[in-house]
Design a protein around this ligand. Structure first.
Ligand code: ATP
Ligand code: MG
Length: 263
């Protein structure tokens, strides 16, 4: 997989240093640091409650970090929130649009909000890769869960953001839609966009992510290319105890984060 195609000297698309997020005094993201380069797909992996969505919320400016710094393309998220907002787009874990509006109307409404002019034909062409090109007249409430999710991904990419944040973009999708979405994400990378996604699917992380980080209890445990992480941790006793045969990324994940089910 390609990665780190940024020009020498250009800032990282995202640079997180010692990020701490707390809710009512309880720390849920605890000193997390990582960088994402231009044209890179970075996966944030972790069990339920690990702090993935909270990290994304801090990048998006929805949650104020207790400490640490967040730079998007060299701009400080806290000091230049509007400039940063113009560079990124977020697909939340559950996205919702106006029930009574059709796909065509929603697409043109959001394009308008971002100052992008889209003709009907352009919407038709652009929604094909996410499998919605023939459903444009359907109202949001008439779409299946997977179709709603694919619409949310399309809307998130309308203004060609530098950094796209996707929180569990393929949860609940059928294998066809999941593959379609991977393809779409890879196309976005090929156009120079960077993507930070969260996923519980190790298969997905291995298939599309250039690099991944595993976090648990708010702390970053390890980071690297999926193949590097397997190599690095494959001989650990906890990894070996859960592996069936040659250790996989999922074995590394469970070996590092434990087998207990989270709240
Ligand atoms: N708005 C909030 N107020 C208080 N606590 C919160 C809030 N949002 C999240 N939390 C808590 O912070 C911790 C981290 O939650 P977060 O949503 O970041 O986890 P996650 O890694 O995205 O998990 P999942 O895989 O289940 O989506 C959890 O213990 C959660 O209960
Ligand atoms: Mg989450």
């Amino acid at each position: 997989m390609t990665s780190e195609v940024s020009e020498p000297g250009s800032p990282s698309v995202l640079e997180i240093s010692q990020l701490r997020v707390a809710y009512e005094g309880r720390t849920v993201v605890d000193g997390v640091s990582f960088r994402i380069q231009r044209g890179e797909i970075f996966g944030l992996l972790g069990p339920n409650g690990a702090g993935k969505t909270s990290t994304l919320s801090a990048i998006e400016g929805l949650v104020r970090p207790a400490s640490g710094s967040l730079l998007v393309d060299g701009l400080d998220v806290e000091q230049q929130p509007l400039a940063v907002k113009a560079l990124l787009k977020v697909q939340l874990q559950s996205s919702s649009f106006q029930d009574e509006l059709s796909i065509q109307e929603i697409a043109r409404l959001y394009a308008g909000l971002y100052g992008v002019k889209l003709s009907r034909e352009q919407v038709r062409g652009n929604t094909r890769p996410v499998g919605l090109g023939d459903e444009l007249g359907k109202k949001f409430k008439q779409l299946s869960g997977g179709q709603q999710q694919r619409l949310a991904l399309y809307i998130a990419t309308i203004h060609n953001p530098l950094l796209l944040l996707l929180d569990e973009p393929t949860a609940g999708l059928d294998p066809q839609s999941r593959r379609g979405l991977w393809r779409h994400i890879e196309e976005l990378r090929a156009e120079g966009n960077s993507i930070l996604l969260t996923t519980h699917s190790m298969e997905e992380a291995q298939a599309v992510c250039d690099r991944v980080a595993i976090i648990d209890h708010g702390k970053l445990l390890t980071e690297g290319r999926p193949s590097e992480l397997i190599n690095k941790h494959k001989d650990g006793p906890r990894v070996l105890s859960v592996a069936h045969g040659a250790p996989t990324l999922e074995d590394v994940f469970i070996g590092l984060t434990g087998s207990e089910i989270r709240d």
